[in-house]
Design a protein around this ligand. Structure first.
Ligand code: MG
Length: 178
């Protein structure tokens, strides 16, 4: 079966802008997101406790945010192509229900929802991944998966494929041998 892992934050919606907005309240000097060139740049500005608590807050408030305009079509096109879609997000367990509700509310198609701190456990059963994390994409590529994501300031260096939008991601996936 053509199983594919699809990330949520910065893949199906603009998590970074929500994060940027909220972080300013506790760290006014926090750089604008165009300057987030590494995945752990935030460590110079806030503590891990602050970082993870803002992320959790945003995830619990998921209802307040909309997906990218192309997200719904992207997922239905993958379905049409015969993909089995595992939506996988690095989130705390307690966010499962709010996340599932958000996906359903916006008619974002999926077969499975995986919420955990480690997506790599899915790599064995999957052929491809769409994610924005350079760490996750790098590990996936190394494990032999087709690894592709939206181009972000923090993922520009790496051994994986980057696209400008989800339409381009779909076109790329369609051309791959599955
Ligand atoms: Mg992400």
């Amino acid at each position: 079966m053509k199983k594919i892992i699809i990330d949520i934050d910065n893949t199906l919606w603009d998590f970074a802008s929500a994060f940027s907005e909220r972080i300013k309240n506790i760290s006014p000097d926090f750089p604008p997101l165009q300057e987030w060139h590494t995945f752990d740049f935030w460590k110079a500005y806030i503590s891990p406790k602050q970082f993870y608590s803002i992320i959790r807050e945003i995830h619990m408030d998921q209802d307040l945010f909309s997906p990218y305009a192309q997200a719904k079509l992207f997922l239905s096109l993958l379905k049409e192509e015969g993909f089995y879609i595992i939506i996988a997000s690095h989130r705390e367990k307690g966010t499962f229900d709010v996340t599932a509700r958000w996906l359903n509310q916006h008619s974002l198609m999926f077969d499975e929802l995986h919420i955990s701190h480690d997506k790599t456990i899915l790599f064995n059963e999957c052929r491809a991944i769409v994610d924005d994390s350079p760490i996750t994409l790098g590990k996936a590529a190394k494990a032999g998966l087709i690894a592709v994501g939206l181009r972000m300031p923090w993922n520009e260096q790496g051994n994986y494929t980057l696209c400008d939008d989800l339409t381009e991601v779909f076109q790329y996936l369609k051309k791959q041998p599955f």
